[in-house]
Design a protein around this ligand. Structure first.
Ligand code: BTN
Length: 266
């Protein structure tokens, strides 16, 4: 039997509630998915702001209909992965770039070596450390946003993963899931509120400073390829192609590493 995990629910509540009335923090030992649960609640009319943490997810979901596998093992009272969702009513003037702004906030809370692979995969040394899944539900005039984040905390193997993993202890030795959540939660709420008021504009420079794709040749799922040049003021990825600069807003981008010409025919 694992010892109980000490989640910093009260400290997070104290840092967030003054700016987000009605906010609560909830930790459950097991759920299918924190995103699925908050979307279920929203559809049932429950639109209160909440941070929902699952110590274990049995049916985690990723972007583009993929599964999200997180490590359910517990070492020294801390799960090997952190899985949580923040749900809150949100009414920005323009939604474009929200997921990028969330990525910027997560990076700033964790470590300067982390980068973002557009739109919002968190990378460490070209391996995926965390993923972000944002969903929304509309009820009458109110739109409820569910911002789900999964982070590898401890070393894990690559079985079942689409991209090779990185983990947070590589750059923050000894950090545990509870400490990572404490670092991320309040700044994330404040970043989302800044996004709601000001849109993506203030995040553009911050994203481009941590852009993992900048200057790399990328291929898009529609077959187009070119050199990634950061994002514009709406969060669209700019790709310099033979036909000029293309703006990518929704396709999945995969990176093709550049090789010096001399190696090309080897
Ligand atoms: C991705 O990279 O494809 C996004 C992964 C998002 C995973 C998190 S874990 C917490 C929340 N609940 C889910 O089912 N998914 C998100």
């Amino acid at each position: 039997m694992n010892p109980p995990i000490h989640w910093p629910a009260e400290a997070i509540w104290e840092a967030v509630a003054p700016a987000l009335p009605g906010f609560t923090v909830e930790v459950l030992p097991q759920l299918d998915s924190t995103n699925t649960e908050l979307m279920r609640r929203a559809r049932a009319g429950r639109l209160e702001p909440v941070l929902l943490v699952a110590e274990q997810q049995t049916a985690g979901r990723g972007r583009l209909g993929r599964d999200w596998f997180s490590d359910a093992r517990v070492h020294h009272g801390s799960p090997d992965s952190l899985t949580f969702s923040l749900g809150l009513p949100l009414s920005p003037h323009d939604w474009s770039g929200l997921s990028l702004a969330v990525g910027v906030s997560v990076l700033q809370s964790l470590h300067p070596d982390l980068q973002l692979k557009w739109p919002n995969d968190v990378w460490l040394h070209e391996r995926k450390l965390a993923g972000i899944l944002i969903e929304t539900a509309s009820l009458g005039d109110v739109r409820y946003a569910v911002i789900g984040i999964g982070i590898n905390i401890n070393e894990r193997d690559a079985a079942g993963l689409a991209t090779p993993p990185a983990w947070l202890r590589e750059v923050l030795p000894g950090v545990d899931a509870a400490q990572a959540l404490l670092r991320i939660a309040a700044p994330l709420v404040h970043a989302i509120q800044a996004f709601e008021t000001h849109g993506f504009g203030p995040f553009q420079k911050l994203f481009n400073a941590r852009d993992a794709l900048g200057g790399l040749t990328v291929t898009l799922s529609d077959g187009l390829s070119g050199v990634a040049q950061g994002v514009d003021g709406t969060g669209a990825l700019l790709v310099q192609t033979a036909q000029g600069v293309q703006k990518v807003t929704s396709s999945e981008v995969s990176v093709r590493p550049l090789r010096p010409p001399a190696y090309e025919n080897l």
